[in-house]
Design a binder for this molecule. Structure first.
Ligand SMILES: Cc1cc2nc3c(=O)[nH]c(=O)nc-3n(C[C@H](O)[C@H](O)[C@H](O)COP(=O)(O)OP(=O)(O)OC[C@H]3O[C@@H](n4cnc5c(N)ncnc54)[C@H](O)[C@@H]3O)c2cc1C
Length: 337
């Protein structure tokens, strides 16, 4: 059997390694837009206090996967799926323009969600969703640090990623202002008393937190970046952290059913029985998305067992928890997931 995996995040790599261990003779190829290897996405939010992050974030090089008989086509974008001929089209620096599959595993993850009113201003802000994003932010910051200076950042969004990145920048010495639309931080995940505690932890680390803020748009005023609410404030840089959006476009263009994610049954299978979906991109029955490492690993291991012919119950998420990586913060109540 010839298995093609799109994406080299935790979903794609965990699946490929487990399947390789179970089925030594089948072909497995990962096609990925990444260049740097398999890295830990959660560690992106420690990207400013850890000086060696660009190396230490890499969990496994692509060469190590290749040594384990998993072929990796890196720096390449899958641009189309031809379900009739069971091929995918690839754009990238390599020779391959199209490869065929018996089973296709879509493990494409999610992009940063940018609210529609912000989209015309995309050149004016950063998002923190990939190692490339982190590298761009670190590169921007470097000239300030070299001159013993620290930039002032506006972070738009006081959810999990907004709070984590604000905390890390502040602990690294930068000035940070969070704009949050709601009346408390991380209101979707935290109990009210934990939001209060989070607010004071961030404030103690020097972060300015502005709640109930309707950000309208942004402007570039000669090298200073403006955030516009009812008033206008100037910053050195802006980060938009307004959530995530599963990558569904490729599947939708191939005629697969999509909702918030790519729709799958409890065997992680789309309506095409050769195409499966894992990770942030997958929408389970009932509209459930599981955009956390633990359930994604469990999906990937389950699917590898399933395709290797092992008998098992349908996939379901075991109870799991998470933790905001805000320096000095511990929630007292369990997170809502
Ligand atoms: C800053 C940050 C902090 C986080 N912290 C935590 C945490 O503390 N705990 C936790 O549980 N979760 C955390 N998460 C969420 C967690 O990282 C994700 O749920 C998880 O990494 C998703 O894994 P995935 O394999 O589905 O997708 P990804 O890791 O996004 O991998 C998808 C890959 O597919 C590639 N790809 C997409 N489309 C194509 C294409 N057409 N062609 C080729 N390649 C393609 C992408 O380049 C990417 O490499 C965090 C996320 C972020 C952004």
């Amino acid at each position: 059997m010839n298995i093609v995996v799109v994406g080299s995040g935790v979903a794609g790599v965990t699946f490929a390694e487990k399947y390789r261990a179970l089925s030594p003779d089948d072909e497995i190829v990962i096609v990925t837009a990444e260049h740097d290897g398999y890295y830990s996405r959660p560690l992106l939010s420690r990207g400013f206090t850890k000086t060696d992050i660009e190396q230490s974030i890499i969990l496994k090089s692509f060469d190590r996967l290749r040594e384990n008989a998993i072929d990796v086509i890196a720096g390449s974008e899958v641009t189309a799926i031809d379900r009739n001929n069971k091929t995918i089209a690839i754009e990238g620096p390599g020779q391959e323009k199209s490869i065929s599959y018996d089973k296709l595993i879509l493990a494409q993850g999610s992009a940063a969600f940018v609210p529609p009113p912000f989209r015309p201003f995309e050149k004016l802000f950063f998002c923190l969703n990939s190692l490339n994003d982190l590298k761009a932010m670190r590169k921007f910051r470097q000239p300030f640090i070299s001159q013993n200076n620290h930039p002032h950042w506006a972070v738009i969004g006081g959810g999990l990623i907004g709070c984590e990145v604000a905390s890390d920048l502040a602990v690294a010495g930068d000035k940070v202002t969070i704009y949050h639309a709601m009346d408390r931080l991380m209101e979707r995940q935290l109990a009210a008393e934990d939001s209060e505690h989070l607010l004071s932890v961030l404030q103690e680390s020097g972060v300015e937190v502005l709640l109930n803020q309707a950000v309208k748009n942004f402007a570039d005023e000669g090298g200073k970046f403006c955030v516009k609410t009812d008033v206008t404030a100037e910053f050195d840089a802006i980060i938009v952290a307004c959530g995530f959006k599963p990558r569904t476009e490729l599947a939708a263009a191939a005629g697969l059913e999509v909702g918030r994610g790519i729709k799958v049954n409890p065997c992680l299978q789309t309506e095409d029985n050769s195409v499966f979906v894992l990770g942030d991109a997958a929408e389970l029955p009932g509209g459930k998305l599981y955009a956390y490492i633990l359930p994604i690993r469990s999906q990937a291991l389950w699917l590898a067992n399933h395709l290797a012919g092992q008998e098992q119950a349908l996939w379901s998420a075991a109870p799991f928890s998470t933790k905001a990586k805000v320096h000095g913060f511990e929630a007292k109540q369990p997170y809502h997931l």
